[in-house]
Design a protein around this ligand. Structure first.
Ligand code: AVI
Length: 304
């Protein structure tokens, strides 16, 4: 299994200097991401919340009584509360997240609010095969993957992950949030906010490595750079060295020069049709979708 140190060495030494965006998320990175979700320019969170609010009754009816709701990458459990509040006699709620302490704290808060709810947290990397509690005796298994996190996988990874979910949810369904292709200016603003929170989030990759791996480098010598590539339908985020930048990790030295960049994230955008085609390829049956009036964001109900 790869580690932060191995992946960072590979990124610094490799030709395209690319590293997984999962390394943004230490405690500081998660807090910065929560700030991003509140930014005026970052429309996905509030647009998806509004969709969930508007359609919670319909969604709960589709789940049926006795369902087991599994949330992948659970975080603060804000969105799922809207669904849990409307579900008929849920069998259980299964949040799956890699960050144990964060997950357990969020579950305790939810349990205080809903003492009758059976909460069965699973601490695991949900992108890899993992063990879930038993399926419900009388209801469906429903997966919930909000926030357009699917956009942070490249299309091959997204397909492999959707196939894993299709098997896991066999006989049930997946409810997934997907950000849509739109005016590049709108996308550009969402990843280049005026307050510079996304820039700090991006730079947190280096700060995280300084804290955890004792990486020696000067984060102030890097600029946040995010742009939309309309051919690849994706936002790319990079850290651009301002002048020659020297980094040292576990005794190995690296130099990045202007013109090179650390490629820290992709965020793919889909059309309703292109996402449904991907879901079908993974074995799902798309049966309903909902978008806001501006068609900025979509929610999909996929039969497994
Ligand atoms: C978590 N993920 C869906 C976010 C996105 O929009 O791709 C992460 C993010 N990166 C910059 N801003 C937000």
């Amino acid at each position: 299994m790869s580690s932060f140190a191995e992946d960072l060495h590979a990124a610094l030494a490799g030709p395209d200097h690319a590293i997984s965006p999962k390394y943004f998320y230490d405690a500081q990175g998660s807090a910065l991401f929560e700030q991003i979700c509140e930014l005026p320019e970052y429309y996905p969170t509030r647009t998806e919340l509004a969709l969930l609010n508007r359609h919670a009754g319909d969604l709960a009816a589709r789940m049926g009584p006795g369902a087991q709701l599994i949330e992948y990458g659970a975080g603060a459990l804000v969105k799922v509360r809207l669904l849990l509040a409307r579900m008929a006699q849920p069998d259980s709620f299964v949040p799956v997240d890699i960050s144990g302490p964060h997950l357990l704290a969020a579950c305790e808060a939810l349990q205080r609010e809903q003492p009758a709810l059976r909460i069965l947290p699973v601490v695991a990397d949900f992108t890899r095969p993992h063990v879930l509690p038993d399926a419900p005796a009388h209801g469906q298994r429903i997966g919930f993957f909000p926030g357009s996190s699917i956009g942070n996988f490249d299309p091959q990874e997204a397909l492999a992950f959707l196939k894993l979910l299709r098997e896991e949810l066999d006989g049930g369904a997946l409810l997934i949030g997907v950000d849509l292709i739109k005016d590049p200016a709108r996308l550009h603003a969402a990843y280049n906010d005026a307050q510079g929170v996304t820039a700090r989030f991006n730079l947190n990759l280096l700060r995280h490595a300084q804290r955890e791996l004792k990486l020696e480098c000067d984060p102030a010598g890097f600029d946040h750079y995010a742009f939309y590539d309309p051919r690849k339908h994706r936002i790319e985020m990079h850290l651009l060295p301002r002048g020659e930048q020297h980094l040292q990790l576990q005794g190995r030295r690296y130099t990045l020069v202007p013109g090179e960049s650390l490629h820290t994230e992709n965020s793919y955008k889909y059309s309703v049709e292109s996402f449904q085609a991907l879901a079908r390829e993974a074995g799902f049956r798309p049966s309903a979708h909902w978008t806001d009036e501006q068609r900025w964001f979509s929610l999909h109900w996929l039969g497994a």
